[in-house]
Design a binder for this molecule. Sequence first.
Ligand code: KIV
Ligand code: ZN
Length: 527
Amino acid sequence: MKKSIETATNERIYIFDTTLRDGEQAPGASLNTEEKLKVAAQLEKLGVDIIEAGFPAASPGDFEAVEKIAKSVKKTIVAGLARAMKKDIEACGKALKHAKRPRIHTFISSSDIHLKHLFRKTREEALEATADAVKFARKLSDDVEFSAQDASRSEWEFLAKMIETAIKHGARTVNVPDTVGYTTPDEYGRMVAYLRNHVSNINKAIISVHCHNDLGLAVANSISAIQNGARQVECTINGIGERAGNASLEEIVMVLKTRADKYAYHTNINTKEIYKTSRLVSTLTGFMIQPNKAIVGNNAFAHESGIHQDGILKYRQTYEIMTPQEIGVPESRLVLGKHSGRHAFTKRLEGMGYTLDTTAINALFERFKELADKKKSVYDEDIEALVEEKVFSTVELYQLNYLHISAGSSTLPTATLKIKKGEVEAQEAATGDGPVDAVFNAIDRCTGFKGKLENYSIKALTQGRDAQGEVTVTLGLNGDEANGRGVSTDIIEASAKAYLNGVNKLLLKNGKKSAKAAFDIQKGLKL
Ligand code: KIV
Ligand code: ZN
């Protein structure tokens, strides 16, 4: 297999994105294979150096996703995670077989607390497992990364021994995670500096860091590690990940870019793709971005107070340290209305960075006209939602054809709807605690779906009273989870679409069950 990364240069920082592995481990963030492929394609556009695609030994679904991503990614390194065990490493090697630039990422813990209570291994046994795992992984790939899990809570002398062992047996990247988000910038920086000074073969590998955000220090810790010699950072889009999440990719990249005067490092990230990637991950995982989130939050570039607005109008830099254009925020201007033609619509799509074929544009234009009939002002966000719905949505098993609601302060909320599967249409009515509950009950009756609603959220896509509502739901069924999303000027319809989208995904999860099989295992439409 080909060599995957050159030896560390002084100033280049390699961005290892683990949105699809650590990020996807966040409770409620599960993605199906098709969604992971979309994220991987966007990460490649963003310019990350390494995509950690998953943990192949964890489940057949994970294996399949890593395998498909490995096949589809063109030039970026694709990594798979494996415990320091032969069977995990073998699964990883197999899943990455078709990757142009495969990396096996194997790990064991270095802290006494993990070794004693989690792995039930002595330090000597852990060193032996490190050597065996790295040696075996190197037989399957030239590019092997080793992680000493819980490094930040380990005795430094022992950690150094473990890292030295991993490098000796062929690890080309050595990662020292702050697994539980416990360390602080000065302590973590000193740990990285200690490793540089006490691991005799350290110049044969790249030092990598991987920080969790339990104390809100993940980005600060990563930057401090870079200043002390780390040249790879592991991070996720929007900072999603286990518990409080991982270091956020967009924050690390923009710290290095915005404060280039202080930090003489660069990444390969095309920052203009940040906003789009952030939106995609948020949409697909159903994890909304808090308005005040650094870099990608809705308010990140909003100036509310009079003094600030005055300053911005006079000279932007008075209150802006970076521009929305740098991260690719589309200018939220009024673009089109019901009198706009196909040409203007196509031009706007192009302006927003979408290259679509005529069939897709025609379908979208029809939807745009329907929307413009309901809504006077059509913004970029509305167009983005149309594209996501029409072009990027997963195959729909069931489709909403008709919806009628009866609700009010002294009426029993009732929903009547028609759902289509192929050419077959079914109708159901149900009552509920409120109109949304009534809709969900009617969909359950129609499809025989017996899952659980784990999460429901709603937000306005744009400003104004005619704004479209975007509903995101998380549904669970037999231990599986899926997110659904729906957008409409009517929030009850948006709720119905989101719920049905989640039902469809759960039934088609991982693409293993055919639409027909999925239909057969459910009660099916009542005809
Ligand atoms: O947080 C952690 O330590 C990890 C490792 C498996 C790299 O995710
Ligand atoms: Zn982690």
